[in-house]
Write a protein that binds this ligand. Structure first.
Ligand code: ZN
Length: 139
């Protein structure tokens, strides 16, 4: 490996492997205004004319890995009692189907009211423990 001599202000600072010069420029050990000479050269040359510091290393600001997109419009449920996580809560209507039939048998008005009331009061429960203490979280 060829040795190059580095001089600053007319004084020889030392000699380095030629391939190390760009790194030494980057470190500030060698200035681009310094001069260098290698055996066989007719005269000294400015470091900055012959060597360029290496390209800066890729910075930490490189684009980060894309986060995995989460499906939109989904709700995930968590049971506060047993900790079960589920996507589909168990839907439980209040009242009973038999009572509903009974009211329908009396009159369509009564049956309609009871059916509407059941639909409005549908409870969402944990499918594992039937607890209504569930927390829904969009994700
Ligand atoms: Zn549960």
């Amino acid at each position: 490996m060829a040795k190059v001599h580095i001089a600053r202000d007319g004084k020889i600072l030392g000699s380095h492997d030629e391939h190390a010069v760009p790194a030494l420029i980057a470190l500030g050990e060698i200035r681009r205004t310094d001069h260098w000479w290698r055996r066989g050269m007719g005269s000294w040359e400015r470091v900055g004319r012959s060597f360029d510091p290496p390209a800066p290393a890729p910075s930490a600001a490189a684009p980060a890995a894309q986060p995995v997109p989460r499906p939109q419009g989904h709700v995930r449920f968590t049971c506060l009692r047993c900790g079960n996580r589920f996507n589909e809560p168990k839907e439980v209507k209040t009242g009973s189907f038999l009572t509903e039939l009974f009211y329908w048998a009396i009159s369509p008005v009564a049956g309609g009211l009871y059916t509407a009331g059941r639909a409005l009061s549908t409870r969402r429960c944990c499918p594992r423990c039937d607890s209504e203490q569930i927390n829904d979280e969009p994700w």
